[in-house]
Design a protein around this ligand. Structure first.
Ligand SMILES: Nc1ncnc2c1ncn2[C@@H]1O[C@H](COP(=O)(O)OP(=O)(O)OP(=O)(O)O)[C@@H](O)[C@H]1O
Ligand SMILES: [Mg+2]
Length: 257
């Protein structure tokens, strides 16, 4: 079995690992479940040799029509988090590894949960909304400055750290434009991915789109937070995920193992 790994990422290329330092599930004690999404379950874990707490995302290695679909999403997330590492606004990546069942991403544990949980637990006043949305905008700008479009900006993917600051996570369907082949007018991609309730018309209709799809999602979240309502035209879309076969990704990244 081969391992694609990075530990203590620096934001540059993924460093090679010596066999003795390859992380594995045995390094961690699972404490409880933090959340779950379409393809992954996230656990609170304690690293045994440091006693530090982390979030461990386990992504099932399943196949659709013989293709390892989850593979692409998890490598996407690993590459995007490594590229963006070092910013307080982006979820810090600590380690990645896999076994026969799952891929694992170990990230910093953010005890504030996500913005959706926060919205459910209390009514946010205008000042709180202004604060969270301003920080979210900075996070989105940082992502775009690295030629990456997130494509799944939504409250469940916006985490809150120990000090109450916004941290953007879940880069499983992010897309990185190729610096060499894209012209200033050529930053376009397509693919019906993401969460329909937060998706722009271009995404929903399968047309070309660029960075602005993240700003559309930002607008939907702002509306929801200020009004306390879900957009009526989105109610029927809210729980309908796009088909997983349509997942695109960061070009040039392949998964082994
Ligand atoms: N680092 C973290 N600290 C605290 N809670 C987290 C952390 N990472 C994830 N969670 C919780 O787990 C939930 C799911 O995480 P995430 O969005 O990364 O995965 P996902 O939606 O299952 O991924 P995918 O869309 O790739 O299937 C989050 O909404 C959040 O509540
Ligand atoms: Mg998510």
């Amino acid at each position: 079995m081969s391992y694609f790994l990075v530990k203590h990422c620096t934001g540059a290329a993924l460093p090679a690992q010596s066999a003795s330092s390859i992380p594995c599930l045995d390094d961690y004690e699972v404490l409880r479940t933090l959340g779950a999404g379409a393809n992954a379950t996230v656990y609170l874990v304690r690293e045994k040799h440091t006693s530090s707490l982390y979030a461990l995302k386990a992504v099932d290695k399943y196949t659709v029509d013989g293709r390892k679909v989850a593979c692409r999403a998890v490598v996407n997330e690993q590459v995007a988090l490594s590229e963006l590492n070092g910013s307080d606004l982006i979820l810090p990546l600590h380690a990645c590894f896999h076994d026969t069942e799952n891929f694992y991403l170990v990230t910093e544990y953010l005890p504030g949960g996500d913005l959706q949980q926060l919205q459910i637990s209390r009514v946010l006043d205008v000042e709180a909304v202004r604060f969270y949305m301003a920080e979210l905008l900075l996070a989105i700008e940082h992502v775009h400055a690295h030629n990456i479009v997130h494509r799944d900006v939504k409250p469940e993917n916006i985490f809150i750290d120990m000090d109450g600051h916004v941290v953007l996570g879940d880069f499983g369907i992010a897309w990185q434009f190729d610096r060499d082949t894209s012209t200033p007018d050529g930053y376009f991609t397509r693919g019906r991915v993401g969460t329909p309730a937060f998706s722009s018309p271009e995404v929903l209709f399968g047309e070309d789109y660029s960075f602005e799809v993240d700003l559309w999602a930002f607008g939907v979240i702002l509306y929801e937070m200020l009004s306390g309502k879900v957009r009526v035209d989105c109610l029927s879309l809210r729980f309908i995920p796009f088909k997983v076969e349509n997942i695109g990704g960061i070009p040039g990244q392949h998964c082994s193992g």
